[in-house]
Design a binder for this molecule. Sequence first.
Ligand SMILES: Cc1ncc(COP(=O)(O)O)c(C=O)c1O
Length: 977
Amino acid sequence: MHFSLQINIYLCASKKFNLNITMNFFELQSREFATRHIGPNERETLKMLQEIGFDNLEQLINQTVPEGIRMSEPLNIPRAMSEHEFLRHIKEVSLKNKIFRNYIGQGYYGAITPSVILRNVFENPGWYTQYTPYQAEISQGRLESLLNFQTMVSDLTGLPLANASLLDEATAAAEAMLMFFNAKNRQEHITKPKFFLDKETFPQTKDVVYTRAKPFGIEVVEGNYAEAVIDATYFGALVQYPNNIGSIEDYRSFIGKVHEADAYVVMATDLLALTLLTPPGELGADVAVGSAQRFGVPLGFGGPHAAFMSAKDDFKRLLPGRIIGVSVDAEGKRALRMALQTREQHIKREKATSNICTAQALLANMAAMYAVYHGPKGLKQIAERIAIFAQTVASEIEARGYTLVAQSFFDTIVVKVDDASVIKSRAEEKKINFRYFDKHWVGISIDETTIIEDLFDIISCFENESETIAFEIAEDDGLYRIPEKLTRTSAYLTHPVFNSYHSESQMLRYIKYLENKDLSLNTSMISLGSCTMKLNAATEMIPLSWNHWSNIHPFAPVEQAGGYKELIDTLSQYLCEITGFDACSLQPNSGAQGEYAGLLTIKAYHEAQGNPQRNVMLIPISAHGTNPASAVMAGMKVVVVKALENGYIDVEDLKVKANQYADQLAGIMITYPSTYGVYEESVKEITQIIHDYGGQVYMDGANMNAQVGLTAPGLIGADVCHLNLHKTFAIPHGGGGPGVGPICVKAHLAQYLPGHVTMSGHSNGAVSAAPYGSASILLISYAYIRMLGAEGLKKATQYAILNANYMRARLAKHYDILYTNNNGLCAHEFIVDLRPFKKTAQIEAEDVAKRLMDYGFHAPTMSFPVPGTIMIEPTESEDKAEMDRFCDALINIRQEIRDIEEGKADVKDNLLKNAPHTQYAVTADAWTHAYSRQQAAFPLPYVKLNKFWPSVARVNNTLGDRNLICTCEPVEMYVEE
Ligand SMILES: Cc1ncc(COP(=O)(O)O)c(C=O)c1O
C-alpha cells in the first residue's frame, strides 16, 4: 500500500516538524496491532461482505446498528501504539511503582511462584485462554487440577467438601454468612437475623460482610468472641484463625456455644498456617474460607487470587461457586465434570442464594500446582521456616524492651511501640513496609520470600542503639509460639498427586499432560455467544509477570503505587469515554459482582433521594441468570418482563409493570444488544419509560463487544453498566476466572460507587477485598485499548459484527437462525435453532455440541438464552479460514442429522449420539458401529491435519451427582480393568 500524506510531528508545544514523505509510517505503525488482533484481512473482508450482500463495512453497520443510537464522534482515545511502543511505555509506567519489602500481611503475603508454574501455567495460553469447563470431555486437564485444588483445601481445612474457588477471602466470608442465613431462615420468615463477627477479623473482610448483610436485613454484631453471648437469634458467626493481629485463638468452646444456639461457625483461615495448626474442621467449624494467594500467586496490588470455601457435608446443595466432581464416561471410565448438573446451582434466578459465576479458576490452578510441586513436606517446611523466622523476630524485639500484642502466632506479630512513626521512618529508609495499625501498634508478617538477611533489617528498625545486631535462630527450640493444643497432628495431602511431581521434569510433564487434555484458544476458535472469547494477545499479557506490577501490596502506601494509580486513573477515564459515562469503579472481580455493585449504587441513590421503597427491579425473561440473582443479593424484588416472539422486550408488558410498581420501581436491567443478539430499535423508548417512572436503567455489559466505538450505554439511555473486561477488553477467561467487572455510571450516581476501608472519603461499603479488585490484570485491558486506539476499537466492533453475520449467512442455508433485526441481520452473535431435530432425528443440542468435539471445536453457548439452541459469537479475532472450518463442521453435522432423518443412520447408534469419539474407542480392536472409524474421528479433511482428541467419552452427569465426590478419590479408584 502506498500513502502520500503529510505527517505532523509535535515534539513539544513549541516545535512542530512537517515532514513530507511518501509513506505515513506513523499510521502504519499505529495500525500494526489492529491488523494482528482482527482476523480477516482486506481480501477476506471483501469476500465475506459479498457473502452477506454488502459492498463495505459501513453499509453493513448502517443496517445493523439503529441510527438513533449511533455515536456521532470518534472516541476520544489516544492514537494506537505498536506492540513495541506499548511495552516501552508500560515499562516506564511500571517504574512509578516502588518495590519495598512487604511485611504488611493482612491477607496478602509475598509468595514465590515456582518458575515451572509461572512459565507453563500463568504465562501459558494453553491454561489461561480456556473457558469454564462446561464441555467436560475437552476440559479434563483443568478439571483434574481444580479437583486437586478442592482436595488441597479440603485436606488442609479438615472439612470434606470444597468448591473450585471464589473471588476473594472477604467475599467468601460474606458468601458463607449468606449460606448460613439461608439455611437457618425461610425467605419470608426470618427468626434468626443476627450474625456474630469477631472484632479481630481483617478490616476488608468486615467491610464486605457489612455490605452484604445490609440488603438482607442481617444484624451484624461485632465483638470479642471470648465474651460473646450467642442466643437463639443468631444464625451464624465468623472468627479468624490466625486472626487480624496474628493471634492463634482456641475457638473450640466458642464453636460449642454457637452450635448450642443452633447456629453455624465459619472460620476465615490461612492454608499455609494450617500445615501447622489444628484445622477448622477438627475444631468443629462448619465452614472455612480464606485466600490461596500465598500458594504461589503474586500480590498484584490486590489480585487476582483464588479464595476458597470448604464445608461440612450438610452444605452440599447450598455451597456457592462451582464444584468439580468425579463421574464416569460412556465407556465406563473415570471422568470429571462440574457437579450438580445445573453447575451454578445457587443462581436460581429470583430464588438465588448467591450470584457467583466467574470465579478464579486460573489462580486456583496455580495454587493447586504449587501444592502438587511442594507436596505436604515442602509446604510444611515453608511454613516452619516462616514460623521460626517470626518467633525469632518476636524474641529479638521483645529482648529490646518491646511487648507483643499477642503471645501465640504463626507468621504475624504486632509490636506495641511508643511512636509508630519512628519505626516507620526507619523502615522506609530500608525500603520496608510494616503494617501500622495506629500510633502504637506495628504489625510484621513474615512470608515465604523472607530470607535471613531480611530479619536483620526488620529487627534493626526496633533497635535504638546503632550497634550491629546479632541474633540466633533457635531452630531446635521448636515452634513454641504455636500453642500445643492447637498443633496439627493429622496428615494432609497424602494423595499420590501431591507426592509425585517434585522434580522440575516431573512437574513440567504433569502440567503438559493436563494441558493436552484441554481445548483452548491455541487449538481452535471458541465461539461462545455472550462470552466473547477473543484473542488475548501476548503483548497484553507480558507485563503481568514484571516485578514492578506483580510485587505491589494492595495496602502499600499510595506513594509507592504511582504506576498503579496512573493505570487505574487512565483506564477508568477510557472506560468512561467508551461507555459515555462519568465515573467508574474497578473494584468488582466479575461481571456478576459488577451487577451487584451497580444495583447497590442504584439502591443507595434512591435511598438518598428519600425513596427507600424503590426496590423493584424489572428484568426481561431472556436475562442471564446472574441478573436476577444479583438483584436478590442487593435486596431487590425481581419482576419479570415478557419477550415478544421476535425476542424483543415486550414494551407493552413493560409499561404495565412499570405502571403497576410505579412508586416502588428501582429500575430495569437490560442487556444490549439483547441476549438474543439484536440491537432492539425500541431501546430508547424502554429507557425513557423507566426514567418517566423514576427508575434507573442498568445495562449488563456482557455484549459490549457489539457497542465499543459505534454506540454506548450512555447513548441508549442507561445510567449504570458493568463491563466484562474478561470478555470485551481481552482479559482471558482462565478456565473460569479471573474476571473484572467494573461499573461505570452517570454523574448523579458517582458518589454511591463502592468504597473501601482503606479509601478515605467513601461512605459506601466495599464489594471486594481489595480496593481496586484484581488490579494487576487491568494491565491487559489497558494494553488492549492503547494498542487499538479509537479507530482500532471501532474496527474491532465492526469486524465482530461482520464475522457474526458472515457465519450467520453461511449457516442460514442449513439451519434456522432465530432472532435477527428488521434487515435480517444479527449483532455480534446469533442463535442457531436445533430444536426441530429432536422430533425429526431424536437429536438434541447436546449431541451437536459433543459431535463438534470430533471436528476439533468447542461448542458454542448451549441453551442460553433459548433452550435447545446454540449461540455463536466468533469475535473479530477469528479469520475467514477458521470460521469456514467451523461452518463446514456444522454443515457436515447437518448432513449427519439428515442421514438419521432419512433413515440412513440409526436413531440410537449414530455419529452424534456416540460423540465425542475418543482415540481409545476409535483404535479399539472391536468396532460395532454402522459408520466407519474415519467418519467418527476424521469427518473432514482439515481434521486430518490437526486432530484434537477428547480425552474421555461423553460424561455421565447424573451418576456423579447422585454420589457426589469432589476431592481426589483413593488411588484404587483410578485402576482400570
Ligand atoms: C449476559 C451475561 N451477564 C452476566 C454474566 C456474568 O458474568 P460473570 O461470569 O463475569 O460473573 C454473563 C456471563 O457469562 C453473561 O453472559
